[in-house]
Design a protein around this ligand. Sequence first.
Ligand SMILES: N[C@@H](CCC(=O)N[C@@H](CSS)C(=O)NCC(=O)O)C(=O)O
Length: 282
Amino acid sequence: MVLGKRVLQGIARSQFVLKGLSSSKPKNRSQLLNQVGSSLGFQLYRTYGAVPNKEFMFRQLFDNRTYTYTYLLADPDTKEAVLIDPVIELVERDTSLIKDLGLKLLYGINTHVHADHVTGTGELKKRIPGCKSIISEPTAKADIHISHGDIIKFGKYQLECRATPGHTNGCTTYVWHDKNMAFTGDALLIRGCGRTDFQQGCSKTLYESVHGQILSLPENFLLYPAHDYTGQTVTTVAEEKTQNPRLSKDLNQFIKIMDDLKLPYPKEIERALPANMVCGVF
Ligand SMILES: N[C@@H](CCC(=O)N[C@@H](CSS)C(=O)NCC(=O)O)C(=O)O
């Protein structure tokens, strides 16, 4: 749905009154969307993955076979880019997009060793000279191993690496503080979370990771998961704190919910795990 300028200005005015914000006039549509979004608790324009933005580039890409999201982030000034959680079957799509946009891909970043699909980082490295694979220490073979607190730089931007184990022991959430965004992998899904019944899964650890490292971010942060099975694209810290049917419960209730999930194993687990242990270079 595209909101008209008048509607947005109306919402903006009412929100300024409601929240006592300054009523400075927005200079352009992006600023207007931002002001409206901020007063609503999130930043609207960021949910439009394809909107050209002079300040930064952001694309949310989807694999409709494994319900996996891949994220392209870039600095339009330097053209430096990173790609989070690429899928091997869609590497052609991703390399074409990177080429079309004139970007220089520095890193193919993995949030964890996926069990349901093979990472695209190995194939990306073959196609894009200089591109390096990243995963957390010591989960799998990669060019660069990151740990909690490390920073990944691209252009004028940087991602903070936060260890969020529990779904797997090496799960990492990447926080883009400048843009109020976090890429949560499978630690936090929209109104859900990663399963904890294999790959060193532990419900208590996951609960502590999500509450300590993700839901402790400011409430307006946008959260982008590695999967969604229900057609949703993004959520916020505020929403998940109150609406997540698993993680809004106390620890004991959460552990019981996770114990009772009884999900079938991912169809591709036998193929995915060995391939992802070497970041897709095999
Ligand atoms: N049916 C899919 C696998 C679905 C699944 O198990 N998803 C994982 C993340 S990928 S390991 C998960 O944690 N799900 C949590 C949930 O509540 O659904 C397939 O066969 O690939």
